[in-house]
Design a protein around this ligand. Structure first.
Ligand code: GDP
Length: 459
Protein backbone atom coordinates (compact mmCIF):
# COMPACT_ATOMS: atom_id res chain seq x y z
CA UNK A 1 0.00 0.00 0.00
CA UNK A 2 2.95 2.31 -0.65
CA UNK A 3 0.72 4.21 -3.05
CA UNK A 4 -1.47 5.77 -0.36
CA UNK A 5 0.31 5.51 2.97
CA UNK A 6 0.81 8.72 4.94
CA UNK A 7 3.76 10.76 3.70
CA UNK A 8 5.69 13.75 5.02
CA UNK A 9 8.25 16.20 3.69
CA UNK A 10 9.73 19.66 4.14
CA UNK A 11 7.66 21.87 1.84
CA UNK A 12 9.74 25.03 2.16
CA UNK A 13 13.21 25.70 0.74
CA UNK A 14 16.04 24.13 2.71
CA UNK A 15 18.19 26.53 4.68
CA UNK A 16 17.70 29.16 7.34
CA UNK A 17 14.47 31.12 7.33
CA UNK A 18 11.78 32.51 9.61
CA UNK A 19 9.63 29.42 9.39
CA UNK A 20 9.70 26.07 7.65
CA UNK A 21 6.67 23.98 6.82
CA UNK A 22 6.49 20.23 7.14
CA UNK A 23 3.63 18.76 5.22
CA UNK A 24 1.95 15.50 6.25
CA UNK A 25 -0.59 13.92 3.90
CA UNK A 26 -2.67 10.76 4.13
CA UNK A 27 -5.48 9.11 6.04
CA UNK A 28 -3.31 8.82 9.17
CA UNK A 29 -2.06 12.44 9.13
CA UNK A 30 -4.00 13.49 12.23
CA UNK A 31 -3.35 10.28 14.13
CA UNK A 32 0.39 10.55 13.47
CA UNK A 33 0.77 14.22 14.35
CA UNK A 34 -1.39 13.82 17.48
CA UNK A 35 1.30 11.51 18.90
CA UNK A 36 3.93 14.26 18.85
CA UNK A 37 1.93 17.50 19.11
CA UNK A 38 1.08 18.89 22.54
CA UNK A 39 -1.09 21.98 22.76
CA UNK A 40 -0.94 24.16 25.88
CA UNK A 41 -4.42 23.19 27.08
CA UNK A 42 -4.14 19.53 26.03
CA UNK A 43 -6.49 19.95 23.08
CA UNK A 44 -6.89 16.71 21.12
CA UNK A 45 -6.25 17.53 17.46
CA UNK A 46 -8.53 14.69 16.42
CA UNK A 47 -11.28 17.26 17.17
CA UNK A 48 -9.64 19.90 15.01
CA UNK A 49 -11.87 21.58 12.40
CA UNK A 50 -10.76 21.82 8.80
CA UNK A 51 -8.98 25.06 7.78
CA UNK A 52 -8.05 25.94 11.37
CA UNK A 53 -4.72 26.29 13.17
CA UNK A 54 -3.47 25.25 16.61
CA UNK A 55 -0.51 26.49 18.61
CA UNK A 56 1.65 24.08 20.62
CA UNK A 57 4.89 22.08 20.75
CA UNK A 58 6.29 19.16 18.86
CA UNK A 59 7.71 16.77 21.44
CA UNK A 60 9.99 13.74 21.32
CA UNK A 61 7.73 10.73 20.90
CA UNK A 62 9.56 8.77 23.62
CA UNK A 63 10.82 11.31 26.17
CA UNK A 64 8.17 14.00 25.61
CA UNK A 65 10.99 16.56 25.61
CA UNK A 66 9.98 19.71 23.69
CA UNK A 67 11.65 19.89 20.28
CA UNK A 68 10.11 23.03 18.77
CA UNK A 69 7.31 25.51 19.23
CA UNK A 70 4.94 25.22 16.27
CA UNK A 71 1.62 26.08 14.73
CA UNK A 72 -0.18 23.34 12.89
CA UNK A 73 -2.87 23.80 10.28
CA UNK A 74 -5.35 21.19 9.14
CA UNK A 75 -6.93 20.77 5.72
CA UNK A 76 -9.38 17.92 5.60
CA UNK A 77 -9.55 15.87 2.40
CA UNK A 78 -10.76 16.10 -0.28
CA UNK A 79 -10.47 19.89 0.01
CA UNK A 80 -6.69 19.96 0.31
CA UNK A 81 -3.70 20.04 -2.05
CA UNK A 82 -3.46 16.25 -2.26
CA UNK A 83 -7.21 15.64 -1.75
CA UNK A 84 -6.23 13.69 1.37
CA UNK A 85 -6.12 14.85 5.00
CA UNK A 86 -3.20 17.28 5.21
CA UNK A 87 -1.50 18.72 8.27
CA UNK A 88 1.14 21.39 7.87
CA UNK A 89 3.49 21.98 10.77
CA UNK A 90 4.92 25.51 10.84
CA UNK A 91 8.14 25.24 12.82
CA UNK A 92 11.22 27.42 13.19
CA UNK A 93 13.08 27.63 9.92
CA UNK A 94 16.49 26.29 10.82
CA UNK A 95 18.08 23.26 9.21
CA UNK A 96 18.37 21.41 12.54
CA UNK A 97 14.94 22.32 13.96
CA UNK A 98 13.18 21.41 10.72
CA UNK A 99 14.91 18.08 10.41
CA UNK A 100 14.32 17.23 14.08
CA UNK A 101 10.56 17.83 13.67
CA UNK A 102 10.54 15.80 10.45
CA UNK A 103 12.34 12.99 12.24
CA UNK A 104 9.63 12.83 14.92
CA UNK A 105 6.90 12.76 12.27
CA UNK A 106 8.65 9.77 10.72
CA UNK A 107 9.04 8.06 14.11
CA UNK A 108 5.30 8.60 14.65
CA UNK A 109 4.57 6.60 11.50
CA UNK A 110 4.78 8.69 8.33
CA UNK A 111 7.05 7.94 5.38
CA UNK A 112 9.34 10.53 3.77
CA UNK A 113 7.71 11.60 0.48
CA UNK A 114 9.47 11.12 -2.82
CA UNK A 115 10.08 14.22 -5.00
CA UNK A 116 6.76 15.37 -6.41
CA UNK A 117 4.76 12.82 -4.45
CA UNK A 118 2.33 15.36 -2.94
CA UNK A 119 1.44 16.67 -6.40
CA UNK A 120 1.34 13.13 -7.76
CA UNK A 121 -1.30 12.29 -5.14
CA UNK A 122 -3.38 15.27 -6.21
CA UNK A 123 -3.25 13.74 -9.70
CA UNK A 124 -3.85 10.12 -8.65
CA UNK A 125 -6.74 11.23 -6.43
CA UNK A 126 -8.30 12.98 -9.42
CA UNK A 127 -8.16 16.52 -8.07
CA UNK A 128 -6.03 17.77 -10.98
CA UNK A 129 -5.03 16.27 -14.31
CA UNK A 130 -1.50 15.70 -15.54
CA UNK A 131 -1.13 19.00 -17.40
CA UNK A 132 -2.21 20.86 -14.25
CA UNK A 133 0.29 18.92 -12.16
CA UNK A 134 3.03 19.80 -14.63
CA UNK A 135 2.03 23.44 -14.35
CA UNK A 136 2.79 23.31 -10.63
CA UNK A 137 6.46 22.64 -11.40
CA UNK A 138 6.41 25.37 -14.07
CA UNK A 139 5.09 27.90 -11.54
CA UNK A 140 7.93 27.04 -9.19
CA UNK A 141 10.53 27.25 -11.97
CA UNK A 142 9.12 30.32 -13.75
CA UNK A 143 11.85 32.82 -14.60
CA UNK A 144 9.63 35.75 -15.64
CA UNK A 145 6.14 37.10 -14.99
CA UNK A 146 5.01 35.93 -18.41
CA UNK A 147 6.24 32.37 -17.77
CA UNK A 148 4.51 32.48 -14.40
CA UNK A 149 1.25 33.75 -15.87
CA UNK A 150 1.07 31.04 -18.48
CA UNK A 151 1.87 28.35 -15.89
CA UNK A 152 -0.84 29.67 -13.55
CA UNK A 153 -3.32 29.55 -16.44
CA UNK A 154 -2.36 25.97 -17.17
CA UNK A 155 -2.61 24.98 -13.51
CA UNK A 156 -6.14 26.34 -13.37
CA UNK A 157 -7.09 23.95 -16.15
CA UNK A 158 -7.31 26.10 -19.28
CA UNK A 159 -5.25 23.66 -21.32
CA UNK A 160 -7.22 20.72 -19.95
CA UNK A 161 -10.49 22.33 -21.03
CA UNK A 162 -9.14 22.90 -24.53
CA UNK A 163 -7.93 19.31 -24.79
CA UNK A 164 -11.25 17.99 -23.50
CA UNK A 165 -13.04 20.05 -26.14
CA UNK A 166 -10.84 18.55 -28.87
CA UNK A 167 -11.41 15.06 -27.47
CA UNK A 168 -15.14 15.64 -27.65
CA UNK A 169 -14.94 16.23 -31.42
CA UNK A 170 -13.12 12.95 -31.87
CA UNK A 171 -15.50 11.06 -29.57
CA UNK A 172 -18.41 12.38 -31.66
CA UNK A 173 -16.73 11.09 -34.80
CA UNK A 174 -16.25 7.67 -33.23
CA UNK A 175 -19.90 7.60 -32.11
CA UNK A 176 -21.06 8.39 -35.66
CA UNK A 177 -18.88 5.66 -37.11
CA UNK A 178 -20.00 3.10 -34.59
CA UNK A 179 -23.64 3.91 -35.20
CA UNK A 180 -23.21 3.54 -38.93
CA UNK A 181 -21.31 0.27 -38.68
CA UNK A 182 -23.90 -1.17 -36.29
CA UNK A 183 -26.96 -0.19 -38.30
CA UNK A 184 -25.87 -0.84 -41.84
CA UNK A 185 -26.67 -4.30 -43.20
CA UNK A 186 -23.91 -6.05 -45.13
CA UNK A 187 -25.60 -5.58 -48.49
CA UNK A 188 -26.57 -1.99 -47.80
CA UNK A 189 -24.65 1.10 -48.87
CA UNK A 190 -23.37 3.12 -45.89
CA UNK A 191 -25.13 6.40 -45.14
CA UNK A 192 -23.76 8.88 -47.67
CA UNK A 193 -24.35 11.89 -45.45
CA UNK A 194 -21.94 10.53 -42.86
CA UNK A 195 -18.46 11.11 -44.41
CA UNK A 196 -19.03 14.88 -44.92
CA UNK A 197 -20.21 15.16 -41.30
CA UNK A 198 -17.12 13.34 -40.06
CA UNK A 199 -14.82 15.44 -42.22
CA UNK A 200 -16.44 18.58 -40.83
CA UNK A 201 -15.88 17.47 -37.23
CA UNK A 202 -12.31 16.42 -37.93
CA UNK A 203 -11.61 19.74 -39.64
CA UNK A 204 -12.89 21.64 -36.60
CA UNK A 205 -10.53 19.61 -34.46
CA UNK A 206 -7.47 19.93 -36.71
CA UNK A 207 -7.85 23.67 -37.19
CA UNK A 208 -7.93 24.17 -33.43
CA UNK A 209 -4.92 21.90 -33.01
CA UNK A 210 -3.11 23.96 -35.65
CA UNK A 211 -3.89 27.13 -33.78
CA UNK A 212 -2.56 25.73 -30.51
CA UNK A 213 0.59 24.41 -32.16
CA UNK A 214 1.35 27.72 -33.84
CA UNK A 215 2.30 29.32 -30.53
CA UNK A 216 4.20 26.30 -29.24
CA UNK A 217 7.69 27.42 -30.28
CA UNK A 218 7.21 30.72 -28.50
CA UNK A 219 5.68 28.84 -25.59
CA UNK A 220 8.74 26.66 -25.22
CA UNK A 221 10.93 29.77 -25.06
CA UNK A 222 8.67 31.38 -22.47
CA UNK A 223 8.90 28.30 -20.27
CA UNK A 224 12.49 27.16 -20.81
CA UNK A 225 14.10 30.40 -21.88
CA UNK A 226 15.96 31.28 -25.05
CA UNK A 227 19.53 30.05 -25.04
CA UNK A 228 21.82 32.73 -26.36
CA UNK A 229 25.59 32.40 -26.57
CA UNK A 230 27.93 35.35 -26.93
CA UNK A 231 31.01 34.41 -28.89
CA UNK A 232 34.07 36.31 -30.01
CA UNK A 233 37.81 36.39 -29.55
CA UNK A 234 39.25 37.74 -26.29
CA UNK A 235 38.83 41.43 -25.60
CA UNK A 236 36.12 42.19 -28.16
CA UNK A 237 33.78 43.17 -25.31
CA UNK A 238 31.75 40.04 -24.45
CA UNK A 239 31.82 40.57 -20.70
CA UNK A 240 31.00 44.23 -21.18
CA UNK A 241 27.93 43.26 -23.23
CA UNK A 242 26.89 40.74 -20.62
CA UNK A 243 27.17 43.43 -17.97
CA UNK A 244 25.22 45.91 -20.09
CA UNK A 245 22.45 43.34 -20.54
CA UNK A 246 22.42 42.47 -16.88
CA UNK A 247 22.82 46.12 -15.95
CA UNK A 248 25.22 45.24 -13.20
CA UNK A 249 28.87 44.27 -12.97
CA UNK A 250 28.89 40.52 -12.76
CA UNK A 251 31.43 39.16 -15.23
CA UNK A 252 34.97 40.42 -14.76
CA UNK A 253 36.04 42.99 -17.34
CA UNK A 254 39.74 43.35 -18.01
CA UNK A 255 42.21 44.46 -20.67
CA UNK A 256 44.12 41.18 -20.61
CA UNK A 257 42.97 38.83 -23.38
CA UNK A 258 41.45 35.56 -22.26
CA UNK A 259 40.30 36.47 -18.77
CA UNK A 260 36.79 35.14 -19.26
CA UNK A 261 38.15 31.67 -18.67
CA UNK A 262 35.05 29.68 -18.23
CA UNK A 263 31.48 29.84 -19.34
CA UNK A 264 29.30 32.28 -17.39
CA UNK A 265 25.53 31.88 -17.49
CA UNK A 266 22.90 34.39 -16.47
CA UNK A 267 19.21 35.00 -17.09
CA UNK A 268 17.84 38.30 -18.33
CA UNK A 269 14.19 39.19 -18.61
CA UNK A 270 13.48 40.54 -22.07
CA UNK A 271 9.90 41.85 -21.88
CA UNK A 272 8.80 38.64 -20.25
CA UNK A 273 11.00 36.35 -22.32
CA UNK A 274 13.63 34.63 -20.19
CA UNK A 275 16.95 34.72 -22.06
CA UNK A 276 19.74 32.56 -20.75
CA UNK A 277 22.97 34.18 -21.85
CA UNK A 278 26.25 32.36 -21.97
CA UNK A 279 29.46 34.30 -22.19
CA UNK A 280 32.18 32.05 -23.55
CA UNK A 281 35.94 31.97 -23.47
CA UNK A 282 36.20 32.12 -27.23
CA UNK A 283 36.93 29.11 -29.35
CA UNK A 284 40.51 29.66 -30.37
CA UNK A 285 42.98 26.82 -29.93
CA UNK A 286 44.97 27.21 -26.76
CA UNK A 287 47.78 25.60 -24.81
CA UNK A 288 46.49 26.73 -21.44
CA UNK A 289 44.65 23.87 -19.72
CA UNK A 290 42.15 26.01 -17.82
CA UNK A 291 41.34 27.96 -20.91
CA UNK A 292 41.11 24.80 -22.99
CA UNK A 293 38.32 23.48 -20.78
CA UNK A 294 36.56 26.78 -21.33
CA UNK A 295 37.10 26.44 -25.07
CA UNK A 296 35.61 22.93 -25.14
CA UNK A 297 32.60 24.12 -23.23
CA UNK A 298 32.20 27.09 -25.57
CA UNK A 299 31.89 24.67 -28.48
CA UNK A 300 29.21 22.77 -26.60
CA UNK A 301 27.39 26.00 -25.84
CA UNK A 302 27.39 26.95 -29.52
CA UNK A 303 25.83 23.61 -30.36
CA UNK A 304 23.10 24.07 -27.75
CA UNK A 305 22.34 27.72 -28.48
CA UNK A 306 19.11 28.93 -30.08
CA UNK A 307 20.93 32.12 -31.02
CA UNK A 308 24.62 32.86 -31.41
CA UNK A 309 25.72 36.44 -30.94
CA UNK A 310 29.04 36.93 -32.69
CA UNK A 311 30.97 39.89 -31.41
CA UNK A 312 33.58 41.68 -33.50
CA UNK A 313 35.74 44.63 -32.50
CA UNK A 314 35.31 47.41 -35.10
CA UNK A 315 38.41 49.18 -33.79
CA UNK A 316 40.62 46.33 -34.98
CA UNK A 317 41.04 44.64 -38.32
CA UNK A 318 39.47 41.24 -38.81
CA UNK A 319 42.07 38.53 -38.14
CA UNK A 320 42.47 34.77 -38.48
CA UNK A 321 40.93 34.17 -35.08
CA UNK A 322 37.73 36.03 -36.03
CA UNK A 323 37.57 34.05 -39.25
CA UNK A 324 37.96 30.74 -37.42
CA UNK A 325 35.08 31.65 -35.15
CA UNK A 326 32.92 32.66 -38.11
CA UNK A 327 33.67 29.27 -39.65
CA UNK A 328 32.57 27.49 -36.44
CA UNK A 329 29.16 29.16 -36.26
CA UNK A 330 28.23 29.02 -39.93
CA UNK A 331 25.19 26.80 -39.46
CA UNK A 332 23.65 28.63 -36.53
CA UNK A 333 21.16 31.46 -36.23
CA UNK A 334 23.59 34.37 -35.84
CA UNK A 335 23.43 38.06 -35.01
CA UNK A 336 26.70 39.91 -35.61
CA UNK A 337 27.45 42.65 -33.14
CA UNK A 338 29.90 45.24 -34.40
CA UNK A 339 31.17 46.51 -31.07
CA UNK A 340 33.16 49.57 -29.99
CA UNK A 341 31.62 51.91 -32.55
CA UNK A 342 32.57 54.73 -30.22
CA UNK A 343 36.19 54.17 -31.35
CA UNK A 344 37.80 54.76 -34.77
CA UNK A 345 36.81 52.14 -37.25
CA UNK A 346 39.40 49.73 -38.65
CA UNK A 347 37.32 46.67 -39.50
CA UNK A 348 36.50 45.79 -43.08
CA UNK A 349 32.99 44.32 -42.88
CA UNK A 350 33.04 43.19 -46.50
CA UNK A 351 35.03 40.26 -45.15
CA UNK A 352 32.09 38.92 -43.16
CA UNK A 353 29.91 38.04 -46.10
CA UNK A 354 27.14 35.56 -45.39
CA UNK A 355 26.42 36.98 -41.97
CA UNK A 356 23.99 39.68 -42.96
CA UNK A 357 22.25 40.22 -39.66
CA UNK A 358 24.45 42.96 -38.19
CA UNK A 359 23.96 45.47 -35.41
CA UNK A 360 26.34 48.24 -34.47
CA UNK A 361 26.77 48.69 -30.75
CA UNK A 362 28.96 50.04 -28.03
CA UNK A 363 28.87 47.78 -25.02
CA UNK A 364 30.60 50.57 -23.13
CA UNK A 365 28.16 53.42 -23.81
CA UNK A 366 25.11 51.18 -24.21
CA UNK A 367 24.41 52.42 -27.73
CA UNK A 368 22.62 49.78 -29.84
CA UNK A 369 21.73 47.47 -26.93
CA UNK A 370 18.03 48.19 -27.44
CA UNK A 371 18.41 47.29 -31.15
CA UNK A 372 19.85 43.95 -30.11
CA UNK A 373 16.91 43.28 -27.79
CA UNK A 374 14.43 44.22 -30.50
CA UNK A 375 16.18 41.92 -32.94
CA UNK A 376 16.04 38.99 -30.54
CA UNK A 377 12.30 39.49 -30.21
CA UNK A 378 11.85 39.83 -33.94
CA UNK A 379 13.76 36.61 -34.61
CA UNK A 380 11.84 34.41 -32.19
CA UNK A 381 8.42 35.94 -31.79
CA UNK A 382 5.85 36.77 -34.41
CA UNK A 383 4.64 40.15 -33.31
CA UNK A 384 3.99 41.00 -29.70
CA UNK A 385 4.14 38.32 -27.09
CA UNK A 386 0.56 37.65 -26.18
CA UNK A 387 -0.03 37.03 -22.52
CA UNK A 388 -3.77 36.46 -22.60
CA UNK A 389 -4.29 33.46 -24.83
CA UNK A 390 -3.48 29.86 -24.09
CA UNK A 391 0.05 28.87 -25.06
CA UNK A 392 1.52 25.38 -25.27
CA UNK A 393 4.76 25.69 -23.32
CA UNK A 394 5.61 22.08 -22.62
CA UNK A 395 7.38 20.00 -25.27
CA UNK A 396 5.64 16.82 -24.13
CA UNK A 397 2.27 18.44 -24.79
CA UNK A 398 3.44 19.73 -28.16
CA UNK A 399 4.60 16.28 -29.29
CA UNK A 400 1.33 14.65 -28.20
CA UNK A 401 -0.70 17.33 -29.94
CA UNK A 402 1.32 16.86 -33.13
CA UNK A 403 0.58 13.14 -33.05
CA UNK A 404 -3.13 13.83 -32.53
CA UNK A 405 -3.06 16.19 -35.51
CA UNK A 406 -1.27 13.69 -37.76
CA UNK A 407 -3.78 10.98 -36.94
CA UNK A 408 -6.75 13.24 -37.63
CA UNK A 409 -5.25 14.37 -40.95
CA UNK A 410 -4.68 10.75 -41.88
CA UNK A 411 -8.27 9.89 -40.99
CA UNK A 412 -9.53 12.78 -43.16
CA UNK A 413 -7.43 11.75 -46.15
CA UNK A 414 -8.54 8.15 -45.96
CA UNK A 415 -12.14 9.21 -45.67
CA UNK A 416 -11.77 11.31 -48.81
CA UNK A 417 -10.45 8.18 -50.54
CA UNK A 418 -13.59 6.33 -49.48
CA UNK A 419 -11.80 3.87 -47.28
CA UNK A 420 -13.68 1.74 -44.73
CA UNK A 421 -15.04 3.55 -41.71
CA UNK A 422 -13.57 0.86 -39.43
CA UNK A 423 -10.15 1.84 -40.66
CA UNK A 424 -10.83 5.54 -40.18
CA UNK A 425 -11.84 4.90 -36.59
CA UNK A 426 -8.41 3.40 -35.85
CA UNK A 427 -6.75 6.73 -36.66
CA UNK A 428 -9.32 8.75 -34.77
CA UNK A 429 -8.83 6.50 -31.74
CA UNK A 430 -5.05 7.02 -31.92
CA UNK A 431 -5.62 10.77 -32.08
CA UNK A 432 -7.84 10.58 -29.02
CA UNK A 433 -5.20 8.58 -27.19
CA UNK A 434 -2.55 11.19 -27.97
CA UNK A 435 -4.80 13.90 -26.52
CA UNK A 436 -5.30 11.76 -23.43
CA UNK A 437 -1.56 11.71 -22.85
CA UNK A 438 -1.66 15.45 -22.26
CA UNK A 439 -4.27 15.30 -19.52
CA UNK A 440 -3.00 11.96 -18.24
CA UNK A 441 -6.11 9.91 -18.90
CA UNK A 442 -4.08 7.79 -21.34
CA UNK A 443 -0.61 7.62 -20.00
CA UNK A 444 1.84 4.92 -18.98
CA UNK A 445 2.74 4.66 -15.31
CA UNK A 446 6.46 4.98 -16.11
CA UNK A 447 5.91 8.33 -17.75
CA UNK A 448 3.85 9.56 -14.80
CA UNK A 449 6.66 8.53 -12.45
CA UNK A 450 9.24 10.24 -14.64
CA UNK A 451 7.28 13.50 -14.76
CA UNK A 452 6.87 13.65 -10.99
CA UNK A 453 10.46 12.66 -10.29
CA UNK A 454 11.52 15.97 -11.83
CA UNK A 455 9.74 17.85 -9.04
CA UNK A 456 11.57 19.12 -6.02
CA UNK A 457 11.30 17.33 -2.68
CA UNK A 458 8.32 18.42 -0.58
CA UNK A 459 6.19 19.46 -3.56
P1 GDP B 1 35.92 40.10 -23.48
O1 GDP B 1 37.29 39.56 -23.29
O2 GDP B 1 35.41 39.84 -24.86
O3 GDP B 1 34.94 39.67 -22.43
O4 GDP B 1 36.02 41.69 -23.41
P2 GDP B 1 35.76 42.69 -22.21
O5 GDP B 1 34.30 42.92 -22.04
O6 GDP B 1 36.55 42.25 -21.04
O7 GDP B 1 36.34 44.04 -22.81
C1 GDP B 1 37.68 44.20 -23.15
C2 GDP B 1 38.04 45.65 -23.12
O8 GDP B 1 37.33 46.38 -24.12
C3 GDP B 1 37.72 46.36 -21.80
O9 GDP B 1 38.74 47.27 -21.50
C4 GDP B 1 36.42 47.09 -22.10
O10 GDP B 1 36.26 48.23 -21.30
C5 GDP B 1 36.62 47.46 -23.56
N1 GDP B 1 35.34 47.63 -24.26
C6 GDP B 1 34.30 46.78 -24.33
N2 GDP B 1 33.31 47.28 -25.08
C7 GDP B 1 33.72 48.51 -25.51
C8 GDP B 1 33.13 49.53 -26.32
O11 GDP B 1 32.01 49.44 -26.81
N3 GDP B 1 33.89 50.63 -26.52
C9 GDP B 1 35.13 50.80 -26.00
N4 GDP B 1 35.77 51.91 -26.25
N5 GDP B 1 35.69 49.86 -25.24
C10 GDP B 1 35.01 48.73 -24.99
Amino acid sequence: MKEFDTICGIATAQGEGGIAIIRVSGSKAIEIVSKIFKSINNFDIKDMKTYTMKYGNIVDIKTCEVIDEVIISFMKGPRSFTAEDVIEINCHGGVVSTNRVLEEVVKAGARIAEPGEFTKRAFLNGRIDLSQAEAVIDIINAKTDLAMKSAVMQSSGTLSQEINKLSKYLLDVLAHIEYDVDFTEDDEEPDASLPPKIIASLTEATSEMDKLLKGANEGKIIRDGLRMTIIGKPNVGKSSLMNALLQEKRAIVTDIPGTTRDVIEEYINLDGIPVKITDTAGIRETEDVVERIGVERSKEKIEEADLVVLMLDTSRELDEEDKEIIEAIKDKKVVVLLNKIDLDRKINIDQIEGLENRIEISAMTGQGIEDLKAEIKRLFFNGEVDNESLIITNNRHKQALLRALENCEEAKNRLKNNEYLDLISIYVTSGLKALGEITGSEVEEDLVNKIFSEFCVGK
